[in-house]
Structures are given as structure tokens and as C-alpha cells.
Design a protein around this ligand. Structure first.
Ligand code: GLA
Length: 389
């Protein structure tokens, strides 16, 4: 796996892999400082006895990110408002048990395939593969036990002005129906200039689809907010991929011009979400992939969200060709989140950088097939600022 890191990472401390692997129940009640800017404590015990850890990463600028190696879940992430007040801007739960009992992918790493694969099947070189149909007849977010439910090995590191965690996992050949042994590294780096940098790397020994992403739900107005609808979204995409009623792309790439999907100028999420539009009806609101591909593999702006109330701004840059904008349409007030806060309808949004949904069955979409000997490497950055800057 070492060779999978093209850039220099100084790994400071090896954490907890032994505990995680052996599943022994040693007490980790005390929070320990692992390296500058990072402490670790026990988050909870999984049903099989393995211990999940909770890493707290501090930035020199005052941001704090808490992450567990269960699912690589970002449990909390603070960002300053225009007065400098740090508040949690992601949805989530207080306890490991709640994540295990049923989470709509709050904060998790998604793999092997972020988003849907139609009819839970695909073929490569004439060989067909069946996956779990865990979303109607379709496959969603890697299956029944996707990467969001893996206990990842975790290592802390520092790079430049930032501190972070490297998550590693080797997904066995055939896991969730996918071919090939897939070795995966995902790093989260919190920098002193208020960026969270996600780097995804993978290698395989057989051709297999890979589409890794991060599923944090944001509400820039902070933890007591019940709605994201007044937050203003910009997506500099001229096209999106329309979907059928099962949320599977039709295969067309359509212009956003004159539609409620035109976010090329800042528009509040709620301004058009309930319009009588076939695509909004199919998606039950916004739950669509936007086409970012400018023909290059460079990092580019994929989305920007501004909350007029707090002044917080979040920018998403990525070298992925797509971004799924999901407006929390399946949140329905039945989940009790952090601090007892109930998450109502559309109280969090996701901006999942990715290749397009159902690419393994859509030859006209950019390919998601990783070949042996090739390195899968993508990067996405969330940058936080405010309107006071
Ligand atoms: C994704 C999908 C949504 C929904 C959520 C999880 O973002 O696009 O349709 O399945 O995950 O609830």
C-alpha cells in the first residue's frame, strides 16, 4: 500500500489497528494525544466486539473535525460563522450504536460504488456480476455492507499546516458481489486555512468498478437549524444527468438552461425545489448528478454554498467529473441526531463528488472501471470561509 501515496506523508503514529483487528476489549476511555492536533478516544464497541475509535483533529485556525474509523464517518465538523463562532455544520449521531442501527450514510466514506447501479448488475468483458439490490431493484452506495460499515485501519499524519487521518481497507474479491481485491486508502486532512482535503486511492487485481465519495450532510446554519432551504447554492455546471423514477440516469446529458437545475448563479436551495418539474418529481426534490467535466482532470470548483444567516461559505473543488446534489429529501423527522436534535425534512444537504451514477451500464459516461496495475486517485476539497472575509 505504501506505493499508493505519490505525495510525501509523514506518518507519525500508528493507531489502534491491533486493537481493531484482534477485537479485544481494552479500555480506551481516556482520550490520548496521538500527535500534534490529534487526540483519540474510544467511540464505542461494535456488535462483534471490535472497538471503534474517535479521532479529534484540531486546526490551528480553530476548526475541529471528529472522525471515527467505523465507516470513516465524520461525526462532527466545526466551521466559523462571520463572527468567528465555531459551530458544528454536519449532521450525525452522538453514539456509535446509532450509526450501526441505521444511518442514512451520515458522514461516511461510500464505496465501492457511490450512488446507484441499475438493476444491481453490470458486466465487464462479457462477464456479468450481480450486486445486492438494496434500493428497490437497484444497488446503492456499495451494498448492504458497503465501506460506510467497514471498521477501517486508521493512522494519523501531518502534512504542511494540517493534520489528518489515513484510512486503509482491503476489500476482498467478491465482497458485495464486486470482482477483484480492492486496496483502498482514504485520507482526510484538516488544514490551518480551513480546508478539509479528501484523497482517495485504490488498486485492484481484477477489473472492477470504483467510485468513492464522502456522504457528509451539511447545514451551514449550525446544529440547531431545521432547514437548508434558504442556503444559496452555486453549481457551475451547464448539464446534468436526468433520472427515471428509480433514480437511475436515463443516459441523457441535458442542459440546465431554463430548468430548476440551473445553479450557475447563486440560488437558494428552496427557491424552485417544489416546482412541478418531471425531474424534481422523479428525484423527490434535488437528488441529481451534475456534469462538471471540463475535459481536464484538474481540480475545479464543483459547488459553493452560502448561508446568509451565519455568513458561512463552503466551496467544493474536485477532479471528479460529477457531483450529486442531494437535498435531504429522505430525512423525515424520525432520526434523533446529536444533542437530541431531530432532523426534519430537508435539514441537510449532500454534495457528493463522483463519477456519474450507473456508469458501469452507461458506455457513454466516463468509465469507472479500474484496471489492474492502474492507480485510482481522486481528490475533493471542502473550503470554509465567511462573508466577513
Ligand atoms: C444518496 C442518494 C439519495 C439517498 C441518500 C441516502 O445521496 O442520492 O437518493 O439514497 O444517498 O439516503
Amino acid at each position: 500500500m505504501k506505493g499508493m501515496f505519490p505525495r510525501k506523508i509523514s506518518v507519525l503514529v500508528f493507531l489502534l489497528a491491533g486493537l481493531a483487528i484482534s477485537g479485544c476489549r481494552q479500555s480506551m476511555d481516556q482520550s490520548k494525544t496521538m500527535s500534534p492536533g490529534i487526540t483519540v478516544s474510544e467511540f464505542g464497541v461494535l456488535p462483534d466486539g471490535r472497538i471503534a475509535s474517535l479521532f479529534t483533529v484540531q486546526s490551528a485556525s480553530g476548526m475541529e473535525m471528529r472522525v471515527t474509523n467505523y465507516g470513516g464517518i465524520i461525526v462532527s465538523l466545526t466551521a466559523p460563522n462571520r463572527d468567528g463562532k465555531q459551530e458544528d455544520v454536519v449532521l450525525g449521531f452522538d453514539s456509535l450504536d446509532q450509526y450501526v442501527d441505521g444511518s442514512p450514510y451520515f458522514g461516511a466514506i461510500i464505496g465501492r460504488y457511490g450512488n446507484r447501479i441499475g438493476k444491481a448488475q453490470f458486466s465487464i468483458d462479457g462477464e456479468s456480476y450481480s450486486l445486492a439490490a438494496n434500493n428497490g431493484e437497484n444497488h446503492l452506495h456499495g451494498g448492504i455492507a458497503g465501506f460506510d460499515k467497514v471498521l477501517w485501519d486508521a493512522t494519523s499524519f501531518s502534512e504542511g499546516t494540517g493534520h489528518g487521518i489515513v484510512f486503509t481497507y482491503v476489500s476482498p474479491d467478491g465482497e458485495e458481489g464486486y470482482p477483484g481485491t480492492l486496496s483502498v486508502n482514504v485520507t482526510y486532512l484538516l488544514t490551518a486555512d480551513n480546508r478539509v482535503v479528501f484523497s482517495y486511492e485504490a488498486t485492484t487485481d481484477k477489473a472492477t468498478p470504483v467510485n468513492l465519495t464522502q456522504h457528509s450532510y451539511f447545514n451551514l446554519a449550525g446544529p440547531s437549524s431545521d432547514s437548508i432551504l434558504s442556503q444559496e447554492l452555486t453549481i457551475p455546471a451547464g448539464h446534468f444527468t436526468p433520472i427515471d423514477v428509480g433514480f437511475i440516469p436515463t443516459g441523457k446529458i441535458e442542459s440546465v438552461e431554463g430548468t430548476p437545475f440551473d445553479f450557475r448563479t447563486p440560488t437558494s436551495i428552496g427557491a424552485r425545489i417544489d416546482q412541478d418539474n418531471e425531474q424534481l418529481l422523479n428525484g423527490l426534490g434535488y437528488d441529481h448528478n451534475f456534469v462538471l467535466n471540463d475535459g481536464s482532470a484538474n481540480l475545479k470548483l464543483a459547488a459553493r454554498v452560502y448561508d446568509p444567516e451565519s455568513g458561512r461559505i463552503m466551496e467544493v473543488t474536485t477532479n471528479e467529473p460529477g457531483i450529486q446534489f442531494y437535498a435531504g429529501n429522505f430525512l423525515d423527522g424520525t432520526l434523533t441526531g446529536k444533542g437530541g436534535h431531530i432532523y426534519p425534512y430537508r435539514s441537510g444537504f449532500c454534495l457528493e463528488t463522483q463519477h456519474f451514477p450507473d456508469s458501469p451500464n452507461k458506455p457513454s459516461f466516463p468509465s469507472t472501471i479500474l484496471m489492474p496495475g492502474k492507480l485510482y486517485a481522486t481528490q475533493t476539497i471542502y473550503t470554509f470561509s465567511t462573508d466577513a472575509e
